[in-house]
Ligand binder design. Structure first.
Ligand SMILES: [Zn+2]
Ligand SMILES: [Zn+2]
Length: 279
């Protein structure tokens, strides 16, 4: 959500090079929004109930250990990574600007809500009640803004939810396709799965669609070097400032490695800002 901001001159303020970031060890970050908390509880309930039904009704009944063990391990690994990514997106300061932040050379506006001097690409969120650097959007599913400090975790959350959902859809769909290929179906055949399996299918389908949409929007924003807010509501700066590759490094880290896929490793810039703030 955006707010109008008042233009403010910056020539007399030269004491700060940039508005400081909040470091991860400086303070606890959690948004006390009832709707967001309900969405978070729903997200965890859907993911954990899907994992439970998959094990109880799909994997355990199979006598083939070569089928059930690798699929069980793979699914639970994806579930673990998705939930860690979710927690880190929710509990990481997305890049808040301190309240009543004094102006500096990079100041372009004043936020009338925080009474803060804010640099470019900082937008106020009415839910978080703070100005957020590179504020992509406020996502109720993670009960937080997606900003420059937690965009990597959000990207990983959508990736792992998408992979989990695809895994479930394949586990449910391949046996149906195989039985059809074996000619076990006729014109009067219908698919009538038990209620838990049908629930699992619906959760996986919803997860797949939502994760695919969110992941594609994020990749489009990275490609254009814009935030979702800028793509939807702001037409200025139609030319991206960085290449897609540079922007991907900005979000995930300066070196391409498996660390990009780890929700346990914060982006380098976030670590650097934390060290700077603790010094
Ligand atoms: Zn603000
Ligand atoms: Zn927010």
């Amino acid at each position: 959500m955006q707010s109008p901001a008042q233009t403010h001159g910056t020539s007399e303020h030269t004491t700060r090079l940039e508005t400081p970031l909040q470091g991860p060890k400086q303070r606890w970050w959690f948004v006390w929004d009832p709707l967001g908390i309900i969405f978070v509880i729903a997200t965890w309930a859907l993911v954990l109930s899907a994992a439970w039904i998959l094990v109880r009704d799909v994997l355990k009944p199979s006598n083939n250990k070569l089928y059930s063990v690798p699929n069980g391990v793979g699914f639970h690994l994806l579930t673990f990574l998705a939930l860690v990514s979710h927690l880190r997106t929710m509990l990481t300061d997305p890049g808040s600007v301190p309240l009543r932040n004094p102006p500096g050379p990079d100041t372009v506006c004043y936020c009338p809500f925080c009474l803060s001097a804010i640099p470019e690409r900082v937008y106020h969120c009415m839910v978080c009640k703070r100005c957020i650097r590179k504020n992509d959007h406020h996502c109720p599913w993670v009960n937080n803004c997606v900003g420059e400090n937690n965009q990597k975790y959000f990207l990983l959350f959508t990736l792992y939810i998408g992979l989990m959902s695809t895994h479930v859809l394949l586990l449910l769909g391949i046996p149906v396709v195989r039985s059809h290929a074996r000619g076990e179906w006729n014109a009067r055949s219908t698919v009538s799965p038990p209620a838990p399996i049908f629930f699992l299918f619906l959760v996986a389908l919803m997860g797949f669609i939502l994760a695919l949409v969110m992941f594609c929007i994020q990749m489009c924003a990275i490609y254009k070097d814009k935030t979702t807010n800028e793509m939807m509501y702001r037409n200025k700066d139609s030319q991206g400032r960085q290449s897609m590759w540079d922007n991907m490094k900005t979000v995930c880290g300066p070196r391409v490695s498996l660390v990009w896929l780890s929700p346990f490793h914060p982006p380098e810039r976030y670590k650097a800002s934390a060290q700077r703030n603790m010094a």
